[in-house]
Design a protein around this ligand. Structure first.
Ligand SMILES: C[S@@+](CC[C@H](N)C(=O)[O-])C[C@H]1O[C@@H](n2cnc3c(N)ncnc32)[C@H](O)[C@@H]1O
Length: 273
């Protein structure tokens, strides 16, 4: 039965509770020992310029990162290197990470930093602009947005409280250029607030309310009219302590499923997903 969208918020517990067993199964089942057939072998790590920069930093302005973040960064950020990109990091601390981003993205990049600590203004430099403010203050973001061009990448490594992270995401994500990335860090701990928020985003991304075309009737094409969220958000990635949300490069008005080919299992078989 299809529940009208307007009624969904009130009926949400009825929708969620019967499905909670799937969540519980995912959360608990994979903790058993001897699950994997093959254990991972240690492999030569691929060269990662960010990790190399981090490891070379034996003196100078400090950088404070979990080591496994570098693979995540390089996987998502690589395509922006050498381009004219605007990158914002919330959480400047000792200024070293802003220097790392500038080195990685190259001479055409501009790096913006935001921190609540006024002393961080000292780390401003060529192509590095620092604004002082509280990331949970919407008035601060209003001023920031008025004086900052559109951003390609936001990295939230600030106060790490869910309220701060959610306010910053809501204020900045719509500011991202098409194809841009939003990275929220340090989400450690089960049931972390921002992780839960991001799981809510995933359900919206997965909405299939506008589907036209019925596979039961052997229609060869199904079209799903996207929600405004699906049109603007390409993907949500979950990593240990990190979530990456990616904007679509162009508006996506519909998602299409179609059947190509002439030979099917039998004439009466219904296609299954
Ligand atoms: C973990 S440190 C940032 C580390 C830095 N990005 C690095 O990689 O070296 C967190 C920073 O967030 C700042 N911060 C804490 N609460 C904040 C808030 N509400 N708004 C803005 N910055 C905040 C702190 O002053 C601190 O400098």
């Amino acid at each position: 039965m299809k529940i009208p969208r307007a009624l969904r918020p009130t009926l949400l517990p009825l929708l969620v509770l019967p499905r909670a067993r799937w969540f519980w199964r995912g959360y608990t089942n994979w903790r058993k020992p001897n699950t994997w057939r093959d254990e991972p072998q240690s492999a030569e790590a691929a060269h990662n310029p960010l990790l190399a920069y981090f490891e070379d930093r034996k003196a100078g302005h400090g950088i404070f990162k979990w080591r496994h973040y570098f693979e995540i960064y390089d996987r998502h950020f690589n395509r922006f290197r050498g381009r004219e990109v605007n990158v914002l990091e919330i959480g400047v601390y000792s200024g070293g990470s802003l220097e790392m981003w500038r080195d990685y993205f190259g001479p055409q990049s501009h790096i913006y930093g935001v921190d609540i600590q006024p002393k961080c203004k000292a780390y401003e430099g060529r192509s590095i602009t620092i604004s002082i403010g509280d990331q949970s203050d919407r008035e601060f973001w209003k001023r920031f947005k008025a004086e900052t061009p559109s951003l390609d990448i936001v990295i939230d490594d600030g106060g790490h409280e869910p309220e701060q992270q959610v306010v910053s995401f809501e204020e900045l994500f719509p500011l991202l250029r098409p194809g841009g990335l939003y990275v929220c860090e340090d989400l450690g701990g089960s049931f972390n607030g921002f992780m839960m928020y991001a799981q809510g985003l995933v359900h919206d991304l997965n909405s299939a309310e506008g589907v036209v075309g019925n596979p039961e009737l052997r229609e060869r094409r199904q079209i799903c009219k996207t929600t405004s969220f699906q049109s603007a958000v390409a993907s949500v990635h979950f990593y240990p302590f990190v979530v990456v949300v990616e904007r679509t490069g162009a508006a996506v008005p519909e998602l299409i499923s179609s059947m190509h080919g002439t030979d099917w299992l039998t004439a009466n078989d219904k296609p299954t997903a």
